[in-house]
Each structure stands twice: as C-alpha cells, then as structure tokens.
Design a protein around this ligand. Structure first.
Ligand SMILES: NC(=O)c1ccc[n+]([C@@H]2O[C@H](COP(=O)([O-])OP(=O)(O)OC[C@H]3O[C@@H](n4cnc5c(N)ncnc54)[C@H](OP(=O)(O)O)[C@@H]3O)[C@@H](O)[C@H]2O)c1
Length: 262
C-alpha cells in the first residue's frame, strides 16, 4: 500500500509546522500550506532531510483558488488525500463586540471558517475515495466566551459546527474538531502583546502567567495528537469536539507514535 498523504494548513510555524513534521515522521507524504513561502519551504526541507516526502504550496486559505491549487498540486504529486488538517487560524481582532470593525471580523471569518470550508470543498472528492479524515483545529474558545475574543470565539464555534455538518453529510469520512490546549506559539505572543488593550486584566494576566510559569504546551505535544488523528482517527468519533489529551486519542498516540521525536 502506498504511503498516506496528509495536508496541513498553517504549516509555516507553530502548531501546524509541528503537525507537518510529525506526520512526516509517522510515514505520511506531507503537503504544507501557508502564506510565508520561505518558512514553509524550510519546514518541508526538514521533513525531506529526515527521509520523508513533502510538498510546500504557498497560499492563503481565505482565497478559494489557493485552496483548490493545494488540492490539485497534492493530487498531481501524490495521487490522493487521506487526511486534511485545517490548522491555519488567526486570533485577531481582539476587542469587544461593542467595538467590532466589520473588515477585521470578515477577515477572521474568511481565514478561520471559510478557509476550512473551501479546503474541504476541494478535498472532499478525494477524501471520499480514501474514506479519509478532516481534523479541524479548534479551541476552548469555541465553547467559552472569552471577553475580547468575540471574532475568534464565534469562528471556532462555527468550525465545530462545520465538523458536525461534515459528519452529517459525508458519512464515509471521519471529521473531528480538536482543541490543542494552550500552546507556546506566536498566537500566544499576540495575546501577551495585544491583550492588555482588548481583554479584561485578569484574563490577560492568566495568559501572561501561563508563559511565566512555563505552563504553555510545546507545539509537538498536541501536534502529535493531531498528526495521529489525521492518520488514524476512529470513525466512531466523527462529528465530535475533542481535547488533544482525550484518553482515546492518547491511546492512539501510544499505539502509533511511540517512535517519533515528539
Ligand atoms: N496557540 C494556542 O494556544 C492555541 C490554542 C487553541 C487553538 N489554537 C489554534 O491552533 C492553530 C494554529 O495556531 P498557532 O498557535 O500555531 O498560531 P501561529 O503560530 O500564529 O500560526 C498560525 C499559522 O497559520 C498560518 N496562517 C495564518 N493566516 C493564514 C492564511 N490566511 N492562510 C494560510 N495560512 C495562514 C500562519 O502562516 P502564515 O502567516 O505564513 O500564513 C501560521 O503558519 C490555530 O487554528 C489556532 O486557532 C492555538
């Protein structure tokens, strides 16, 4: 059987780069998408230097043509798609609903919701053929109203519902929303830099303290859970919103990923 192929959006840094590296270590052909071409190519090179197969396709998930291009290039190079990890996401704008700027909220929606929808639309014919998996990278913000994060909270709630829609409409696929915990990436830097202006002081201090107390997760820890889900998620979980440290997911990690560098 040929190696499975996994697409990871937002793979130029942070959590997505970790998922891409780990999927490569687990034996997948990896397709990486993000806007920053140089960083994307560097992550792809690391995967290839480790003996894996990687394809970097620069693009913006908010652009339907870019989404289609990633899928077309994937099929051209690897012939199929087994897993799609919709990881690209933005936190901003930070600020209360009372001060919502339409353009900034549109941008959040375009990247965090329409991006995954368009990636799915283009990938679905191939995912049906492989009975593949869609892993939507969600957040606790999907179910908790974090003051000042309205655009982000709404977008992640919608992403969870996209997962349920896929479970309803595409019964052969496995679609899961997964929350990765609080992870040491640039998104957390953004919270620490921009938070004081748009969030309540106690919320802001909570995130600063995660950083100061060394409580942020390294991207490789939830990244491994996401990579394993992209390859081995159980069909009975389709439609669910799960945490990266769910016992069932960690049991798959122990079963399939004991040899990775995470
Ligand atoms: N960090 C956390 O604590 C945390 C917690 C819960 C959920 N999450 C979720 O985890 C995911 C990854 O976030 P992260 O923490 O790794 O953040 P990050 O370091 O800011 O990385 C975000 C990634 O998304 C890409 N991206 C942003 N806009 C894009 C666009 N329009 N098109 C394509 N790619 C785009 C970025 O690459 P380019 O800039 O090169 O395009 C980058 O690779 C997000 O969905 C986030 O909501 C993170």
């Amino acid at each position: 059987m040929s190696d499975p192929t996994v697409i990871v959006t937002g793979a130029s840094r942070g959590l997505g780069a970790a998922v891409a590296r780990l999927a490569g270590q687990l034996g997948a052909n990896v397709v990486l998408m993000a806007r920053t071409e140089g960083s994307l190519a560097a992550v792809a090179r690391e995967i290839e230097d480790g003996g894996g197969q990687a394809l970097a396709v620069a693009g913006d998930v908010s652009q339907p043509d870019d989404c289609q291009q990633v899928i077309d290039r994937t099929i051209e190079r690897f012939g199929g798609i087994d897993g799609l990890v919709n990881n690209a996401g933005i936190l901003e704008p930070i600020g209360p609903v009372a001060e919502a700027e339409p353009e900034a909220w549109h941008r959040s929606w375009a990247v965090n919701v329409l991006g995954p929808v368009m990636m799915c639309r283009s990938a679905l014919p191939h995912l049906r053929a492989s009975k593949g998996r869609v892993i939507n990278v969600s957040s606790g913000a999907a179910v908790n109203a974090v003051e000042g994060w309205g655009a982000y909270c709404l977008s992640k709630a919608a992403l969870n519902h996209l997962t349920r829609m896929l479970a309803a409409e595409e019964p052969e696929l496995t679609a899961i929303s997964c929350r990765p915990g609080v992870v040491d990436t640039r998104m957390q830097e953004t919270i620490r830099q921009r938070g004081p202006k748009g969030m309540p002081q106690d919320e802001y201090e909570r995130f600063v303290s995660y950083h100061e107390e060394g409580e942020l997760l390294p991207p490789e820890v939830p990244g491994l859970a996401l990579a394993v889900l992209a390859l081995y998620a159980r069909h009975e979980w389709t439609g669910q919103f799960m945490s990266w440290d769910h016992e069932g997911i960690q049991s798959l990690v122990r079963r399939y990923a004991s040899s990775t560098a995470a």
